[in-house]
Design a protein around this ligand. Structure first.
Ligand code: SF4
Length: 347
C-alpha cells in the first residue's frame, strides 16, 4: 500500500481525484473501484502492485495500429474498475476487488521481465488501468528512461490531474474506449461521455498518440443518434487523422443481447469514412480488408493485417515521418516498425 498522490480532505472524509467518479470515501471505506482506501483521513492506494495478469502481447491487439507496429508490450492488469459495463469480457478481474492475499509486484520486477522477454514497451490494460494509477506513475518513468514505450488501454474517464501526471512521466500511447453517448438508458447512463473526448484531446495536444475504440453493443449504444454523435465528436474534437476502431461485441458477463450484426458494423464503417475519418477499422470480424491500413490519398494498402497481426508493412520512413511509397502522403504512425516479431504468452 502507498499513500495516494491525488486526493483532498474534508474532515474525516477524503475525495479521490484519480478518476471522474471522484469518490467521497469515509474513514475506513474504499472507493467504487476498491483500489483506494481512506485510513485515518489519508488516501492510500490499496491495490498498488496487486496484479491479476502479466504477459507479453502484440500492440495490435490493444488495439493500436499506428503505434510501434508489430511490437510486443509487457501487459499487466490489477483488479477492479471504475465502470461496471455489464458486457465486460474481463469481468473476472474488473468486477473483483483487490484483496490481502493477492500477489504483489514491485515495478522493478516488471522492468526485468520486459527486458528478459524482449518487449519494446509496456501496456496497462485488461482491467481499467486508471485504478492502478500510483503503481503506473512509479513504473512508467523508469520504463521510459530505459527506452521502453508506455501505453494504456482505458475508458478515458480520468481526471485532468491524473491524465497530466501520466503524460508527464511519458505515457504516450492511448487506446481509448468510447462506451457510448448521451441518451443511453440501459447501461452507463450516468457517464459523461464528453469527458472521454476532452481527455483524448489533451493527449493529442501533449504530442501523444490516440486511437479510439467503439465497441458497438447490440440494442445499447448502436442507435443512429449514438453513431452520429460518436462520429461527430471524433471529427470535431480529435480530427480526421485519429484512427477509429469499430468493434464487434459478443455476449459476455450478464449481457445477453446477440452479437453485433456485421452489416451494422460495415454501415458504421462506411458512414465514418464518408464523414471524413481517414483511418477506420472493423474489429472482431476477422476480415483482413477491414483491419488493413490504406493511404487516404491514393488508396494503396500500406499495412496489411490479419488476425491483429501485421502481414505486410510497406510504409517508407523519410525525415522521421512515415509515408506512402506510391504518392508520398504522410501517414500518422508513432514509433518504429519492429519486423519479424513473434508473439509469446508468458504467464
Ligand atoms: S479511482 Fe476508484 S476510488 Fe478513485 S474516484 Fe475512481 S472509482 Fe473512485
Amino acid at each position: 500500500m502507498r499513500v495516494a498522490r491525488l486526493w483532498e480532505k474534508s474532515g474525516d472524509t477524503v475525495t479521490c481525484l484519480v478518476c471522474e467518479r471522484r469518490c467521497r470515501i469515509p474513514e475506513g471505506g474504499r472507493g467504487v473501484c476498491g483500489n483506494y482506501v481512506n485510513i485515518g483521513g489519508t488516501l492510500y492506494h490499496y491495490g498498488y502492485g496487486r496484479l491479476s495478469a502479466v504477459e507479453s502481447r502484440p500492440i495490435e491487439i490493444k488495439p493500436l495500429f499506428h503505434y510501434w507496429p508489430n511490437s510486443t508490450a509487457l501487459t499487466f492488469s490489477n483488479w477492479g474498475c471504475n465502470f461496471y459495463c455489464p458486457w465486460c469480457q474481463n469481468h473476472h478481474i474488473s468486477f473483483r476487488r483487490p484483496r490481502d492475499d493477492d500477489i504483489v509486484y514491485e515495478p522493478l520486477e516488471l522492468l526485468k521481465l520486459a527486458s528478459t522477454l524482449g518487449d519494446e514497451g509496456f501496456s496497462a490494460s485488461f482491467n481499467e488501468p486508471t485504478v492502478n494509477l500510483d503503481f503506473i506513475l512509479d513504473l512508467a518513468p523508469e520504463a521510459v528512461r530505459r527506452g521502453f514505450y508506455f501505453m494504456m488501454v482505458t475508458n478515458g474517464y480520468l481526471t485532468e490531474g491524473a491524465l497530466k501526471a501520466l503524460l508527464e512521466v511519458g505515457v504516450d500511447g492511448w487506446s481509448i474506449d468510447i462506451k457510448g453517448c448521451p441518451g443511453m438508458r440501459r447501461a452507463l447512463a450516468s457517464v459523461n461521455h464528453e469527458v472521454v473526448y476532452r481527455n483524448a484531446r489533451i493527449v493529442l495536444d501533449s504530442g501523444g498518440h490516440v486511437e479510439m475504440v467503439y465497441l458497438v453493443v447490440t440494442n445499447t449504444n448502436d442507435f443512429e443518434e449514438c453513431v452520429d454523435w460518436i462520429i461527430r465528436m471524433h471529427l470535431d474534437k480529435l480530427g480526421p487523422e485519429v484512427p477509429l476502431h469499430v468493434n464487434r461485441y459478443y455476449p459476455a458477463n450478464y449481457w445477453r443481447e446477440p452479437p453485433t450484426d456485421v452489416g451494422k458494423l460495415l454501415e458504421i464503417y462506411e458512414k465514418a469514412r464518408r464523414e471524413g475519418i481517414e483511418y477506420v477499422y472493423v474489429g472482431n470480424i476477422n476480415r483482413w480488408e477491414y483491419e488493413s491500413t490504406r493511404c487516404p490519398k491514393c488508396g494503396k494498402i500500406l499495412v496489411a493485417r490479419k488476425h491483429y497481426r501485421v502481414e505486410e508493412f510497406l510504409l517508407e520512413r523519410a525525415n522521421s515521418k512515415w509515408r506512402c511509397p506510391r504518392c508520398g502522403h504522410e501517414i500518422p504512425v508513432k514509433g518504429m516498425y519492429i519486423p519479424g516479431k513473434r508473439w509469446r504468452i508468458t504467464f
